[in-house]
Design a binder for this molecule. Structure first.
Ligand code: AMP
Length: 581
């Protein structure tokens, strides 16, 4: 099987990883870097740049540079560059394309599949947009997983005696807090929070402003007004910030930043922390709120995981210790850990890792039994939870006052090939013809894995529901076996489904014919009655011989005949009625 890579499609940086002899490793990009800036740009000649080339020229060419597109995923937003409009999945697609092409170059083989990570709070639209971005890049996104789950996988927490994990993800532009619960190898998102406007860029800006103000005091010029100077200031500030994560003080020097003047300053870690203390404080409230939402106090958290390059700042690590009373996990590179986890997930899906890890997605489709013992899916396999999906069903028989809701999971089209999870009845459906009732069946799996099925008669509003204490769980092998069987039997299952549907159509058409024969017994010509009987018989004969195609054609012929004759019967009835009166 071709390689499946894991991709962290980040707001500021993206990274890709793969499994090498059972261990996840970062795939270097074409420039030899381990991280690829999530930036896309077009030159004035219309050439497209992606990654570090795009990032380097961003300040000098802001009109044709797109950064942080992840914030817009799943929205109708369009970026307009030189009169051409791009959707967020198109821009993200350029980033994923570069990642795919760089990986192909690295491995000298084609890469077609990937596991891509998204923030835990991403909704369906945002997840769909991410899948679309993959498709645009020539990548089939075989699984979307939550970033905090991915980081926990990278730390191997699913194999440890851990119940609750708190993840801080402080990247370039966003801060996310997630609280996960682990049980039986399943990661469940208990709570999410954060600040979508807080990230390493804010820390950079503080240094930039400090330097620019100092320069202005000395020379009376605000260098931020000059694009090239601004870009140099920005780069120097970020570098100083990163250096201050490992040293106590830095000397910052930008030669000839304005005319023949150099910018020269020293900055200590203490000064930097004073300049940014209020930014750090902004992390406290969302963390406390996420803990409160999860109903947990800090001592109950078993592990604190730091994700995102900005968690390298010593002040952030200190705050984690103070607030959560624990030494945070930081052995892995915080800006690589999400991609590494995605590679592990890819390895699990490729069958290379035997761990049984059911992530926070539905491993198999969930649905109900419908007429003819067919399985009708409501929630598709691999849907990320929490999720709520509903479909409207109706009655199969006339005057049916009760429906059986038989809940199943599996990938096969016939009920008998899937796993039954439970059954309940919905009663008191008003008398009526088949197909008249409107029964809405809603499946809901919440973030805690609680699976609830509700059936409601939309006319009377009578409803009934059942709850499964946890979403149905099978071992990885059982799931893989079911998926594989569904694939192997897809053709014959589809054929069998069509045959059953022809049988159902035949039954309903024969019933309609009998009604017409009864209603038209005084008005129909004998020859027509005989012809109807003949056609009914030939449909039955075809079905008994297993000649479904022929039966289908005969059902259509009978249907056409019934339409013509029922119009005649109606007309004659009306004439009769006039005569009587
Ligand atoms: P991410 O989006 O997770 O890759 O995070 C990128 C952010 O992490 C940027 O703002 C970087 O400046 C920041 N960052 C990376 N390395 C360091 C470091 N050593 N110290 C402080 N911030 C860093």
């Amino acid at each position: 099987m071709n390689k499946i890579i894991g991709i962290d499609l980040g707001t500021t940086f993206s990274a890709a990883a793969f499994m090498n002899n059972g261990r996840p490793e970062i795939i270097p990009n074409a420039e030899g870097g381990r991280l690829t800036p999530s930036v896309v740009a077009f030159t004035s000649e219309g050439r497209q740049l992606t990654g570090s080339m795009a990032r380097t020229q961003a300040v000098a060419n802001p009109e044709r540079t797109v950064a942080s597109i992840k914030r817009r995923m799943g929205t109708d937003y369009r970026v307009e560059i030189d009169g051409k409009k791009f959707s967020p999945p198109e821009i993200s697609g350029f980033i994923l394309r570069k990642i795919r092409e760089d990986a192909e170059e690295f491995f000298s083989e084609k890469i077609e599949k990937a596991v891509v990570t998204v923030p835990a709070y991403f909704n369906d639209n945002q997840r769909q947009a991410t899948i679309e971005a993959g498709a645009r890049a020539g990548l089939e996104v075989i699984r979307i997983i939550n970033e905090p789950t991915s980081a926990s996988l990278a730390y191997g927490l699913h194999r440890q005696d851990v119940h609750y994990v708190l993840i801080w993800d402080l990247g370039g532009g966003t801060f996310d807090v997630s609280v996960l619960e682990l049980g039986n190898g399943v990661f469940e998102v208990k709570a999410v929070g954060g600040d979508t406007r807080l990230g390493g860029d804010d820390w950079d800006r503080r240094i930039m402003d400090y330097l620019a103000r100092g320069f202005e005091k000395r020379y009376g010029v605000d260098v931020r007004k000059d694009r090239t100077a601004l870009q140099r200031l920005k780069e120097a500030s970020e570098k100083a910030k990163k250096d201050l994560s490992i040293t106590e003080a830095v000397d910052i020097r930008i030669p000839f930043i304005w005319k023949n003047k150099d910018l020269e300053f020293s900055l200590s870690r203490g000064q930097f922390e004073d300049l940014t203390g209020d930014l750090l404080k902004k992390m406290v409230e969302p963390t406390n709120r996420a803990l409160a939402d999860a109903g947990l106090a800090p001592p109950l958290i078993n592990r604190v995981v730091l994700v995102g390059g900005s968690t390298r700042m010593p002040a952030v690590q200190r705050l984690a210790r103070e607030l959560l009373g624990k030494e945070p996990c930081q052995d892995l590179n915080p800006d690589e850990v999400v991609a590494l986890g995605a590679a592990i997930q890819a390895g699990i899906l490729a069958g290379k890792i035997k761990d049984v890890v059911l992530l926070d997605v539905t491993p198999l489709s969930l649905g109900i039994e419908t007429e003819g013992s067919l399985f009708s899916g409501i929630i598709k396999r691999n849907t990320t939870i929490p999720v709520t999906r509903g479909l409207i069903f109706t009655t199969a028989k006339n005057n049916q006052t009760q429906v059986d809701i038989h809940v199943l999971q599996g990938e096969r089209l016939l009920v008998s090939d899937n796993i039954s999870l439970g059954k309940f009845e919905l009663n008191d459906i008003p008398l009526g013809a088949r197909g008249e009732a409107r029964i809405e069946v809603t499946f809901r799996i919440d973030a805690n894995g609680i699976f609830q099925v509700k059936a409601q008669d939309l006319y009377t509003e009578t409803e009934k529901s059942i709850r499964f204490n946890s979403s149905p769980r099978l071992t990885g092998d059982e799931i893989n076996r079911m998926i594989e069987e569904a694939r192997i039997h897809a053709g014959e299952d589809q054929k069998r489904k069509e045959e059953i549907q022809i049988g159902i159509q035949a039954e309903s058409m024969i019933q309609a014919a009998r009604v017409l024969l009864e209603e038209g017994k005084d008005t129909l010509e004998n020859a027509d009655e005989d012809e109807i009987e003949k056609r009914i018989l030939s449909i039955k004969t075809c079905l008994s011989r297993g000649e479904y195609q022929e039966a289908g054609a005969k059902i259509t012929e009978l249907k056409e005949m019934l339409e013509v004759l029922s119009a005649t019967v109606e007309r004659k009835k009306k004439v009769k009625a006039v005569r009587v009166s």
